[in-house]
Design a protein around this ligand. Structure first.
Ligand code: ADP
Ligand code: MG
Length: 247
């Protein structure tokens, strides 16, 4: 349902993502794990049609995102903490605005907005300006905004970054529910606990390259580490450190 094929992205001389190939199936949660600068955001932005790949391709539901960007965006939600909300719209207005951009209108739009307010617990602050919300509240509004058209593919760039435990848990619960509804979910993180909790499969990015892929159990077996945090360090660190972690 999500497919990256030989995806490469260069920023001038910097190769941020190198020949990345992966697939996420319906009902599957795939974690893209990597330290800062590994290329997670770049890969996800290429998939979300926000960056043009230098080489290779990306598709959702069989639609190539380069040749069918509008069709592709209809089928995906993209969440990123760097995405701004309009400070002078209320949370409710903002969700409605993005619903209208996705082709919803009239009663269907109004009903869907209320559903999102309910689903993400926005009611307390739904009529407050987005500019006045806390980080956790803003993240919930961002999720509602991204998901208002209920697409089959979810792309979440570090969805719990900077959130308190409760807001983080709400997002974890949400991801699990959406998986159970058959969505294909690709999210990035640098937190092992999230991988442990959520991921059916994990891909480890190191300097733009996929250095390991598999179920959490397979990653453990492959590295010989006693837990995922150690496995991750072994995979992304330079060789001497990796040896030390295994020891
Ligand atoms: N707009 C840009 N111009 C130049 N280099 C960039 C740009 N965006 C990201 N990079 C570089 O690409 C690499 C990958 O960055 P990024 O995709 O943001 O990684 P991550 O999300 O895993 O932290 C880093 O070396 C980063 O400095
Ligand atoms: Mg990033």
């Amino acid at each position: 349902m999500i497919r990256l094929s030989g995806l490469t992205k260069r920023y001038g001389p910097v190769c941020a993502v190198r020949e990345l190939t992966l697939e996420v199936l319906p009902g599957e949660v795939y974690a893209l794990l990597g330290p800062n600068g590994a290329g997670k955001t770049t890969a996800l932005r290429c998939l979300a049609t926000l960056l043009e790949p230098s080489e290779g391709s990306a598709s959702v539901c069989g639609i190539d995102v380069s040749t069918g960007p509008v069709e592709a965006r209809r089928r995906m939600a993209f969440l990123s903490s760097s995405m701004g909300l309009y400070a002078r719209l209320s949370a409710r207005e903002l969700v409605a605005f993005f619903g209208s951009l996705q082709g919803l209108a009239g009663e269907a739009l109004a009903a869907r907005v209320e559903e999102m307010v309910e689903l993400f617990g926005l009611s307390e602050f739904a009529d407050r300006f987005c500019g006045k919300l806390s980080t956790g509240q803003r993240q919930r509004v961002s999720l509602a905004r991204a998901l208002v058209h209920d697409p089959p593919v979810l792309i979440l760039d570090e969805p719990t970054l900077g959130l308190d435990v409760l807001s983080g848990r709400a997002i974890h619960d949400f991801i699990q529910r959406e998986r159970d509804r058959g969505k294909a979910i690709l999210f990035s993180t640098h937190q092992m606990e999230e991988v442990d909790l959520l991921a059916d499969r994990v891909g480890v990015l190191r300097r733009g390259e996929l250095v390991a892929e598999g179920t959490p159990a397979e990653i453990l077996a492959r590295t010989g580490a006693s837990n995922l945090a150690r496995a991750f360090l072994a995979l992304v660190a330079d060789a001497p450190v990796a040896e030390a972690v295994r020891a």
